[in-house]
Design a protein around this ligand. Structure first.
Ligand code: ATP
Length: 246
């Protein structure tokens, strides 16, 4: 079943030309889908449109629609979190002056109190490195641990769809492997993931299908196994320096 569908979506920032034009792709229930493409292709814009953060960045949907769980997505960002969508933004945006645990708890604002303790235990089980750091200020953690906090905080809302913007950026290969393992684990438990990645080798190894954006347009899409053999994908996205394969 389809959990998320973008149907002919176009987005514009102010008076600029379209940042997304007629973008159509779907994220099936319990699937990992990768969104690839060069800088400025529209990947972050796509995530903003889904999470409801577009207006905060001066952008608007000009045509098309987004269907989540069978109904058009409307409403503000917080309502979308209640509806089961959580986003991990690019650049590990943790609250530096809050403890690790306070950061995690901030992700649970939509959840019934009775579920919070088990969600916290779940996050510490996924990221054992955070267990001993729960009382430390998040700003004191390594980049990799901050990324774990950012992903953990999103998981605290028990999302059905997790949006991730470049989770591997600037992280050591070992940490990237850990994050990849967690994404596989939460996906096995039933969550869907839309993964924006510059590291196409990593993304295609995790995702069952992918969509490649170029200047706001879908240039290619399909099952990862087929895209991996596509000559253009191999040359441009999986060439030398494509990075770590999880
Ligand atoms: P990157 O990998 O560099 O993050 P991206 O694929 O995520 O790139 P977007 O950040 O979505 O691409 O940008 C798509 C287009 O929209 C670009 O032309 C960019 O300059 C423009 N854009 C993004 N954010 C804004 C904004 N807040 N105001 C105006 N234009 C924007």
């Amino acid at each position: 079943m389809t959990l998320l569908a973008l149907e002919n979506l176009s987005v514009r920032y102010g008076g600029a030309s379209l940042a997304l034009e007629d973008v159509t792709f779907a994220v099936p229930e319990s699937a990992i889908v990768a969104l690839l493409g060069p800088n400025g292709a529209g990947k972050t814009t796509t995530l903003r449109a889904i999470s409801g953060l577009l207006p905060f960045h001066g952008g608007a949907i000009t045509s098309g629609r987004i269907i989540f769980d069978g109904a058009p997505l409307t409403g503000r960002s917080a309502q979308r979190v209640c509806g089961g969508i959580a986003q991990v933004m690019e650049g590990r945006r943790v609250f530096a002056d809050l403890t690790v645990e306070e950061n995690l708890l901030s992700g649970a604002f939509t959840r019934p109190r009775s579920t919070v303790k088990s969600s916290l235990d779940g996050v510490y089980a996924l990221f054992p490195d955070l267990t001993g750091r729960r009382r430390d200020m998040a700003g004191l953690l390594s980049g990799g641990q901050q990324q774990m906090v950012a992903v953990g905080r999103a998981l605290m809302s028990a999302p059905r769809l997790l949006l991730l913007d470049e989770p591997s950026l600037g992280l050591a290969p070992m940490i990237v492997q850990q994050i990849a393992a967690v994404l596989r684990e939460i996906n096995e438990e039933g969550a869907s993931v839309l993964l924006v990645e510059q590291n196409a080798a990593l993304a295609l190894s995790l995702a069952s299908s992918a969509c490649i954006l170029e200047t706001g347009i879908v240039a290619l899409s399909g099952p990862s196994e087929i895209l991996k053999t596509d000559p253009k994908v191999r040359e441009i996205y999986l060439g030398h320096g494509a990075g770590v394969v999880a």
